[in-house]
Ligand binder design. Structure first.
Ligand code: GCO
Ligand code: MN
Ligand code: MN
Length: 406
């Protein structure tokens, strides 16, 4: 018996859902305890995710095979993996590189104080880019997990940024020189595993990108958990990324405030913020992959892992449907229309400066006492949103209202 009936929220390939091999493959190891689940082979992951309705899988260079695999071992693993992708109609839209797991990266990769390690990190990334190209990926994620410090006395932050920039410039030059169809997406995180990580938020990344040699092929890969760790509003970070034309990829998951990086099932904690996120992604026409960088609770066995994966995708589709019904709710529309009308017209053409306009604006007498008195109606609007999300105001109630409003 299927656990969930087939309904409008059942994931489909067209939904563009992807998971990292490392996400469903997470074995539950944490700093206090060992693995709790057996390894699941990449080919099984491809098969099971495809059956659940996912579009593809993403991977680090070392997710497929160990860092010290021989060429023959590597070819064998890659061959089996490609066959599974083909058999189950799965894509690999994004590839990334592990610059954090091996002890050689204990003081960072692109920002290691050791020039040999900085060079090795670039070499490892060049090979990972080649692997991504071979698998058909068009996005390469750079997550600088170890690019940071515990001891600022040991590393000059200006110097570290310079090394970081040199590395990204080297990689983008490689891609343009070899005419590879690959763009980069930089992923920020404020801390963990380092005490402090350089370029800690998506906003920092966006500013950094403008200082690069090839900014046109570099964007961001914001992660819900990471922005929430910084206490930021993820929806706002995504709006700014889209506004800058830089939302190349996204890491969906969830996070309780003030905790370590939890990478929880999408929608499991912050329902309202995730509602606005999904609404924005859908309404803005974002067409990249919807990637889940999350993992099942440590309490779960393998069955729980597939429940987790299906849950991520269903929750996205449920929020997508809620976003539509909220936008179409007659009462919500009315409140928004009243709000827009009460806001007056743009009689000063603020979208465009002119000298005459500035003189007119300077001379105008605003009745700020009157303006200061108005209320905005946000209480009622937010309560309607709550009722939508909780499910007491959907379907029938909204349809009835829409009829009444005609
Ligand atoms: C984290 C990170 C990682 C990266 C991934 C890609 O949870 O700390 O998000 O999961 O996204 O390793 O490099
Ligand atoms: Mn994370
Ligand atoms: Mn991530």
């Amino acid at each position: 018996m299927p656990k969930y009936s087939i309904d409008e929220f059942t994931p489909k390939k067209e939904d563009r859902f992807t998971f990292g091999l490392w996400t469903v493959g997470n074995r539950g190891r944490d700093p206090f305890g060992d693995v709790v689940r057996d390894a699941i082979s990449p080919t099984t992951i491809v098969k099971r995710l495809s059956e659940l309705g996912a579009y593809g899988v993403n991977l680090h260079d070392n997710d497929l095979g160990p860092i010290d695999a021989t060429q023959a071992e590597h070819n064998k693993i890659l061959g089996e993996f490609k066959k599974a992708l083909n058999d189950y109609g799965m894509k690999v839209p994004m590839t990334t590189v592990s610059l954090f797991y091996h002890p050689v990266f204990r003081d960072g990769a692109f920002t290691s104080s050791d020039a040999r390690i900085r060079a090795y990190a670039i070499q490892k990334t060049l090979h990972a880019i080649d692997l991504g190209v071979e698998l058909g990926s068009e996005i390469f994620v750079l997550w600088g997990g170890r690019e940071g410090i515990e001891v600022d006395a040991g590393k000059d932050a200006m110097e570290a940024l310079k090394w970081y920039r040199e590395a990204v410039n080297y990689l983008t030059s490689y891609v343009t020189d070899r005419k590879l169809n690959m763009k980069f997406a930089l992923e920020a995180k404020p801390n963990e595993p380092r005490g402090d990580i350089y370029l800690p938020t998506t906003g920092h990344m966006l500013a950094f990108i403008e200082t690069l040699d090839h900014p046109e092929i570099v964007g961001v890969n914001p992660e819900v958990a990471h922005e929430h760790m910084s206490g930021l509003n993820f929806y706002h970070s995504i709006a700014q990324s889209i506004d800058a034309g830089k939302l190349f990829h996204i890491d969906l998951n969830d996070q309780k405030p003030g905790r370590y990086d939890q990478d929880l099932r999408f929608g499991s904690e912050n329902i309202k913020p995730m509602f606005f996120l999904v609404k924005l992604l859908e309404e803005s026409g974002y067409s990249g992959p919807l990637h889940f960088d999350a993992h099942a609770y440590r309490s779960e066995d393998e069955e729980g892992v597939w429940d987790f994966a299906l849950g991520c995708m269903r929750s996205y589709n449920i929020l997508k449907s809620k976003a539509k019904s909220f936008a179409n709710d007659a009462e919500v529309k009315e409140i928004l229309a009243v709000l827009a009308k009460a806001g007056g017209n743009d009689e000063f053409s603020l979208d465009r400066y002119s000298s005459v306009g500035a003189t007119k604006l300077k001379d105008h007498n605003f009745d700020i006492e009157h303006l200061a008195k108005r209320g905005y109606g946000y209480e009622r609007l937010d309560q309607l949103l709550f009722e939508h999300l909780i499910g007491v105001r959907s379907g029938f109630a909204v349809a009835k209202q829409m009829v009444a409003a005609k």
